[in-house]
Design a binder for this molecule. Structure first.
Ligand code: ADP
Ligand code: MG
Length: 342
């Protein structure tokens, strides 16, 4: 075969292969877009585990009519425009790929209204060239992305979907992670027309534990000890369970770096090490932790799904997390002993 450019739809499907593994990946991308648009309320509507429909509606800034078609094309983003922006990233998105990828493997419509617009507009793409179509629509200020029939045209991917129940539980987990990242936003999750979760907005830090209890269970918040320490521009805060209160399953292990949930080996190792020998073989570290540092000290452009980061000063970050968590656990242990003795 001679060398030829791939049709746009195929190039987008290949890109989708990297990040859109299942309905939950769609939910993650769409909800992150809502947060980047400053939404304060986000509703995720799921039908049949997401295979039939994933609809995400927000009350954020919306998208102007003239930009709807661009929003659906690959490498089009409003979030960065230079390498300097990429190296000091403030938003969750920056790749400009999610909507193009998702719309190449589903029937996607994008509906939005911005504040100055009288009229809302809806856009979708069709064909090999993914030409955008536009039509007037009814929608309050904000954006709705409606994704139907995910993987209808990529049977290999569709085959790997599990039962509706399993797919929904992955979506539920994505929403838990995001709910812990943004206490100030209200989230609603609906499955097959039944409201399943409602996370009310929490604005005061002293009330954050209410949401943590809702997401992680009271069995965690009843034993958890607070963590908070700052060293220069680096701050670690959150909650850890003392060894005796740690879970047998690794289901409450939430680590955020600048508001982004991570599965980072370095950080996982630091927390594990902070527990030392106290955990034994059966228990596993149980924590909700937030690391905040200057955006320029961390590279998020490592993995397409952004699960991993690279710290410019990895050793120092590791040791800081280790020391702060160890200190919190140590304090908790000595104060329980005191209580026990009195
Ligand atoms: P990225 O998030 O990396 O920029 P996406 O493909 O996810 O790429 O989105 C493309 C663009 O569409 C975004 O940069 C943004 O301008 C716009 N957009 C997507 N979703 C929303 C939303 N819910 N509200 C407002 N704008 C949105
Ligand atoms: Mg995005």
């Amino acid at each position: 075969m001679p060398i030829q450019l791939l049709p746009i739809s195929l190039a987008n499907q290949i890109a989708a292969g990297e990040v859109i593994e299942r309905p939950a990946s769609v939910v993650k991308e769409l909800v992150e877009n809502c947060l980047d648009a400053q939404a304060t309320e986000i509703t995720v509507d799921i039908e049949q585990g997401g295979r039939r429909r994933i609809r995400v509606r927000d009350n954020g800034a919306g998208i102007p009519k003239e930009e709807l078609a661009l929003a659906l094309s690959r490498h089009a983003t409003s979030k960065i425009s230079s390498l300097a922006d990429l190296e000091a990233i403030q938003s969750l998105g920056f790749r400009g790929e999610a909507l193009a990828s998702i719309s190449s493997v589903s029937r996607l419509t994008l509906t939005a209204k911005t504040e100055p617009q009288e009229q809302a507009w809806q856009a979708w793409v069709e064909g090999r060239d993914m030409q955008a179509e536009l039509a007037p629509a009814t929608h309050p200020e904000g954006t709705t992305v409606d994704v139907q029939d995910l993987f209808f045209n990529t049977p290999a991917r569709r085959k790997f979907l599990r039962t509706d129940k399993t797919e929904f539980s992955h979506i539920d987990e994505v929403l838990r992670r995001i709910a812990l990242a943004r206490f100030d936003v209200r989230f609603n999750l609906v499955h097959n027309r039944k409201p399943v979760r409602q996370y009310h907005a929490v604005t005061k830090p002293e009330d954050y534990l209410q949401r943590v209890a809702q997401v992680c269970g009271k069995s965690f918040t009843d034993v958890a000890v607070g963590v908070e320490q700052q060293a220069g521009p680096v701050r670690l805060w959150g909650w850890v369970a003392p060894a005796h209160g740690c879970r047998h399953q690794a289901d409450v292990q939430y680590f955020y770096v600048n508001g982004r949930m991570m599965r980072d080996r370095l950080l996982g190792h630091a927390v594990r090490q902070a527990y030392g020998e106290t955990l034994g073989d059966e228990r596993t570290p149980t924590f909700v932790l937030y690391l905040e540092l200057p955006a320029t000290d961390v590279d998020v452009n490592v993995h397409p799904a952004k699960h991993e980061v690279r710290f410019h000063q990895a050793r120092q970050i590791h040791d800081f997390v280790l020391q702060v968590v160890r200190h919190a656990l140590h304090n908790a242990a000595t104060s329980t002993n005191k209580n026990g003795a009195s």
